[in-house]
Design a protein around this ligand. Structure first.
Ligand SMILES: Cc1ncc(COP(=O)(O)O)c(C=O)c1O
Length: 447
């Protein structure tokens, strides 16, 4: 086939958040209950959508307009409402024409990266939410350029490193920020955001800032990019309702163009995004119909706050539990609803073969692929032996190893069971790792 001539350079990143599901279903079918900790879907994890949101959606379902196409970039009143919300922060100002709706933020991410020139590079954080790294890798047919975020630094970057990478790579035309972050939950401090804006300004870059978790912050203070952007640096700020309403099945997210007219090339990128919306006709209408009513409802504020308090309590429990397990750390957190548990020594194996049944060992070995990072062994061990379906950290494009779990389990007893099961499992890994270390040490002494 002719396609074959072009297929070789393709770089496809695995999306382990869903990739792990097939294996977990096998474990479930074998009779072992599974803790589904892989995906950030609050509704699936039992967070009931409040009745007042359901009532507003039900009302909208009874109006014909919800069944119609809407404007290509989205319903005007809703875009105007959202531009108003952004402008109320007294930062960089936008109007309704600076907003375009998509069928979920994942759709927007794919579109924005896909419209960049082949030679251009977006500098991504490492770790990164795979929709961004996958879209970048798919476009450039290479591993994306990244700046590192270390657990020792609360998963935040070093601005000097970011600056040096930009200087060494003139093809970098944009910086990506995910705030609050997925997978680490880290909330960016205001001065660090300002530092990224300064780097962008110095080198003539634009910023892509994913703020889908902007209203899920349970520790520290959320600064939106528009508050520190100023009037010179162009940016595409990305938002959505999947997480905060929560309504992931709505497939509804949007982009905001900031400082659109400051640079012709950026302006024509925004034009191209808008043009793409026209050829697609429009995005899902129903969620756009109800966004203003939901976000202005008197109970919206307290609904968000009550969820934040629950997340804070869960994160505290996880931190306390991990502090009891040698060799593992839990940094980050503060926003979104994920917790990362990292291996302090990413190269050290701790697969506790002495306590794993022969069947489980064979299963784990059959799943492992050559050159996979240590955290795949950890993830498969947790799944096969303990029924915990987590996501390996290295699948978020980082050399750090560990797992990502969620803070979404709504049943308190089940959450407590998850933590105690995880604690026992990690302790077994940790003591096996210690044994291996001692063995290696005595082998080295013998030599
Ligand atoms: C950081 C981040 N951006 C974008 C998305 C995509 O959200 P949507 O459901 O709107 O496609 C997610 C989903 O998990 C996410 O975590």
């Amino acid at each position: 086939m002719r396609l074959q001539h072009y297929a070789n350079g393709r770089t496809m990143q695995k999306y382990e958040i869903r990739g792990i599901v097939e294996k977990a279903l096998k474990i479930q079918a074998s009779g072992k209950p599974v803790f589904w900790e892989n995906i950030g879907d609050p509704v699936h994890k039992g967070l009931g959508v409040p009745d007042w949101i359901k009532a507003l959606v039900s009302k909208a379902v009874l109006t014909d307009v919800s069944y119609a196409y809407c404007d290509s970039k989205g319903i005007k009143e809703t875009r105007s409402f959202l531009a108003g919300l952004s402008n109320r922060l007294n930062g960089n100002q936008i109007n309704l024409n600076d907003i375009a709706f998509f069928n979920g933020l994942g759709d927007a991410i794919a579109r924005v990266y896909g419209l960049l020139p082949f030679q251009a590079r977006v500098l991504l954080p490492s770790p990164t939410y795979p929709a961004h790294s996958g879209a970048e890798a798919g476009r450039i047919h290479q591993k994306p350029l990244t700046y590192s975020c270390h657990p020792q630094n609360n998963w935040l970057p070093d601005l000097d490193e970011v600056n040096n990478i930009v200087e060494a790579n003139p093809e970098v035309c944009a910086l990506l920020i995910i705030n609050p972050d997925n997978p680490t939950g880290t909330v960016w401090p205001r001065d660090l955001l300002s530092g990224m804006v300064s780097i962008a300004e110095k080198h003539g870059l634009f910023i892509i800032c994913d703020e889908i978790y902007e209203n899920i912050v349970y520790e520290g203070e959320m600064t939106r990019l528009c508050e520190v952007l100023g009037d010179d640096v162009p940016a595409i700020i990305m938002k959505g309702i999947s997480k905060e309403f929560p309504w992931p099945g709505s497939r509804c997210g949007w982009v905001q163009y900031h400082n659109r007219t400051k640079c012709d090339a950026f302006s024509s990128l925004c034009d191209a995004i808008d043009h793409g919306k026209m050829t697609e006709v429009c995005s899902t209408t129903l969620p756009q119909v109800v966004i203003p009513a939901i976000m202005s409802h008197p109970e919206y504020g307290s609904w968000k706050t009550s969820n934040q308090w629950i997340l804070f309590q869960k994160m505290t429990q996880i931190r306390e539990m991990i502090a009891t397990v040698p060799g593992f750390g839990c940094s980050g957190g503060g926003g979104a609803f994920y917790a990362t548990v990292h291996l302090e020594n990413p190269d050290e194996s701790g697969l506790p073969l002495s306590v794993i049944s022969e069947t489980d060992r064979q299963l784990i070995e059959s799943w492992m692929q050559p050159d996979q990072a240590q955290d795949y062994a950890l993830t498969y061990y947790l799944l096969a032996c303990h029924g915990i379906c987590a996501v390996p950290l290295s699948s978020f494009g980082t050399t750090q190893c560990g797992i990502r779990i969620t803070l979404l389990e709504q049943d308190e007893n089940r959450f407590a069971l998850l933590l105690s099961t995880l604690q026992d499992a990690l302790k077994a890994w940790s003591s096996e790792a210690k044994k291996n270390r001692l063995k290696q040490k005595s082998a080295a002494q013998e030599v």
